[in-house]
Design a protein around this ligand. Structure first.
Ligand code: CP3
Length: 343
């Protein structure tokens, strides 16, 4: 029998300030861990690992065993959604993702939402396996990419520094681009619904490229689709918290919170602690240690951890990084971080 009330992250997401704050880290499963690299080698490609429930569950659990984080995050990728839609996603060793670009409304015909359920079911099986093996006090976070960020990869056919293809498409043919966003809203809600039904306690929407948009476009392509997703999820699962991570939102975060109805906001490394303090009465704040301070470790990391904890003491706060762990992170520094957060 589960005891969800003992899951500290859920207590904080319900609005309680805990001392010390609960902690988990974005990309806590991954290449910085030797045990991940070992499993990855047996799996074949990265997508093969994502679609092997036993192995994906194993790598989800690895950082929990090693560091005792307060939450596990499902091992998967935001690009599983375009893959499930039939876009043709590959991960090229040392180069990152490659997709057959979708750059106009007529390209949308190549995507088939009817196809997604098969691959989504595989991910749901991973969720169920993780939940079964996870300590009952550890929360399980499901996730997907937010429509805007996923669309930037779909249009670019790869990661890009400026998301130019999606931005240009959105400027030149806003109605056509809106159809892609609407499609992503629909399939992403179905995907998260499956994850929640399989045992995810809360979900996070990764909007890694939210920061590349001016305010009107931020409203249309980041805030409004997120609002629709949150409303649909709340209707199906009123008690399941949603964490939004609009990376780079800066001053736009306040309106994002008010308009979307997210329960919590992931704060990136650049967000000032004073702004996090201003946001805290409106949503639970999560973040925002620089992932490179985790690489550096030592006194610089310890000092900043202290500042973050102090700035948000008395507020519902989930300790995290401002972006994902990078591969060159020494695992000992992660252990040290958890000690500092809990110390
Ligand atoms: O956080 C976790 O531990 C859970 C798993 C997770 C992964 N990706 C695994 C992964 C999560 C939550 C993601 C999210 C993700 N994926 C985002 C949003 C967060 C962010 O980082 O901005 C994005 C943009 C992606 C897309 C993606 N996946 C890229 C651009 C790359 C290549 C770059 C890289 O870091 O290798 C990936 C690959 C990826 N996703 C890896 C992992 C562990 C490395 C793949 C490997 O093992 O070779």
């Amino acid at each position: 029998m589960d005891h969800p009330t003992k899951r500290t992250i859920l207590e904080v997401l319900a609005g309680r300030a805990l001392k010390p704050p609960p902690v988990w880290l974005m990309r806590q499963a991954g290449r910085y861990l030797p045990e991940y690299r070992a499993v990855r080698e047996t799996a074949g490609g990265f997508l093969d690992l994502c679609y092997a429930p036993k192995l994906a569950a194993e790598v989800t659990l690895q950082p929990i065993r090693r560091f005792g984080f307060d939450a596990a995050i499902l091992f998967a990728d935001i690009l599983l959604v375009p893959d499930a839609l039939g876009q043709g996603v590959r991960f090229v060793e040392g180069e990152g993702p490659r997709l057959d670009p979708v750059r106009s409304a007529s390209d949308l015909g190549r995507l088939d939402p009817g196809k997604t359920s098969e691959k989504f079911a595989i991910v749901a099986e991973t969720v169920a396996r993780v939940r079964q093996d996870l300590p009952s006090e550890t929360a399980l976070i499901g996730f997907c990419g937010s429509p805007w960020t996923v669309a930037t990869y779909m249009a670019g056919g790869r990661g890009s520094p400026d998301q130019a293809d999606a931005r240009l498409w959105a400027y030149r043919d806003a109605d056509g681009f809106a159809r892609l966003i609407e499609l992503l809203v629909e399939v992403s809600v179905a995907y998260l619904d499956l994850q929640i039904c399989a045992g995810a306690d809360c979900v996070q929407l990764f909007d890694s490229w939210a920061g590349s948009l001016p305010e009107d476009e931020f409203d249309r392509w980041v805030t409004m689709p997120t609002r629709t997703m949150v409303a649909a999820l709340k209707q199906k699962h009123p008690g399941v918290p949603v964490i939004g991570f609009p990376r780079g939102a800066g001053q736009k975060a306040e309106r994002y919170i008010a308009e979307t109805g997210v329960d919590a906001i992931g704060c990136d490394t650049a967000m000032p602690l004073a702004l996090m303090q201003d946001l805290a009465p409106h949503a639970v704040v999560q973040g925002n240690l620089d992932p490179l301070l985790l690489v550096a470790g030592g006194a610089a990391m310890a000092e900043r951890v202290g500042e973050i904890k102090q700035a948000l003491a008395g507020q519902p706060h989930i300790f995290n990084l401002g972006h994902g762990i990078v591969p060159q992170t020494p695992p000992e520094h992660v252990a040290e971080l958890v000690k500092l957060v809990r110390g």
